[in-house]
Write a protein that binds this ligand. Structure first.
Ligand SMILES: [Zn+2]
Length: 121
C-alpha cells in the first residue's frame, strides 16, 4: 500500500512548515491528489492518522481533493481528459501518446496551524 509512503511525505511537509512558523498544533491540511496516483482516499486517511501519531500534527484533519487527469496529445496536440481507468487514447487521432498536464501530483495546498502567540522569539 503506497498510501503510507504518501502519508509520511505529507507529514514531513507539515512538520517542516510547522517548524518554520513555530506552530504548536496543526488543525487542518488540504491535499490535492492527482487521479494518476490512484490513491485510495480511505487508505490515505488511515495511513495519515498513523503517521501523525506522536507528532504535533496529531489530530490534524486531512482534507483530500481529487484532481482530474488532463493531457495533451503528443501526436496531434489535442487537449483532453483521459479516463485513466479505461484508456489514454486521444479522442482526436486515436493514438495513446499523452503528455500529462494535470492530475499527476500530490500537492499540499493549505495548512492551518495554531501558533502560540505568547512565545516571543
Ligand atoms: Zn491525438
Amino acid at each position: 500500500m503506497h498510501e503510507m509512503a504518501i502519508a509520511v511525505e505529507i507529514v514531513d511537509c507539515l512538520l517542516n512548515v510547522a517548524g518554520q512558523h513555530k506552530a504548536t498544533r496543526i488543525g487542518e491540511v488540504e491535499v490535492e491528489i492527482g487521479r494518476m496516483r490512484q490513491v485510495v482516499p480511505e487508505a490515505l486517511e488511515m495511513a495519515f492518522s498513523a503517521a501523525v501519531a506522536g507528532t504535533l500534527a496529531e489530530g490534524a484533519t486531512l482534507k483530500l481533493r481529487e484532481i482530474a487527469v488532463t493531457a495533451v496529445c503528443n501526436d496531434c496536440g489535442t487537449a483532453y481528459s483521459p479516463d485513466i481507468d479505461v484508456s489514454f487514447v486521444c479522442p482526436s487521432c486515436g493514438h495513446a501518446n499523452p503528455g500529462i498536464t494535470a492530475g499527476d501530483d500530490i500537492v499540499v495546498r493549505n495548512i492551518t496551524c495554531d501558533v502560540d502567540e505568547g512565545v516571543s522569539t
